[in-house]
Ligand binder design. Structure first.
Ligand SMILES: [Zn+2]
Length: 155
């Protein structure tokens, strides 16, 4: 009979029928973990509804996961779609305005690395960010040129 990795209980015959072999958890721990994952997701969505992850928000999320005895990697994998949505929204918003600020860019990278988005999954977003930085530079340069020619015009 298998043993639950979470509560270390050996599941009986009935338990083994509903035992989750993928996660190694008994049905009771599996149910508790699913609830904890849902709480973690709700906390993430509410903390980051403004599109910004701060160190303080992150430590609150970590504390919540630890309190619920959640494995942080499993929790982050569970909300990966939400994280990607959020990063996508940041870029879409910046693209609509036509440029990205240094602070927004730092927030983007902080969120991506802290929330463990693998390089491969982040690739399409990173190339969009690269393009956005490119047009931001062009915009800054043309504004700078405008300022310079205004200076000369007034003389
Ligand atoms: Zn268990």
């Amino acid at each position: 009979m298998p043993t639950c990795v979470q509560c270390r209980a050996e599941v009986g015959f009935i338990g083994s029928l509903v035992f989750n072999r993928q996660t190694g958890r008994c049905s009771k721990c599996e149910g508790e973990t699913r609830q904890a994952l849902a709480r973690f997701r709700a906390a993430f969505l509410s903390f980051c509804s403004d599109g910004i992850l701060t160190k303080e928000k992150w430590s609150n999320l970590l504390a919540g996961a630890a309190h619920d005895r959640l494995n942080i990697n499993e929790a982050l994998a569970f909300i990966r779609g939400d994280i990607l949505n959020l990063l996508d929204r940041l870029l879409t918003f910046a693209t609509a305005i036509g440029f990205i600020t240094d602070q927004e860019e730092r927030n983007f990278h902080y969120m991506r690395t802290t929330l463990g988005i693998p390089d491969l999954a982040a690739q399409p977003l990173l190339s969009r960010l690269g393009h956005l930085k490119h047009i931001t530079t062009i915009l800054l340069l043309s504004e700078l040129n405008g300022t310079v020619s205004e200076l000369f015009d007034t003389q």
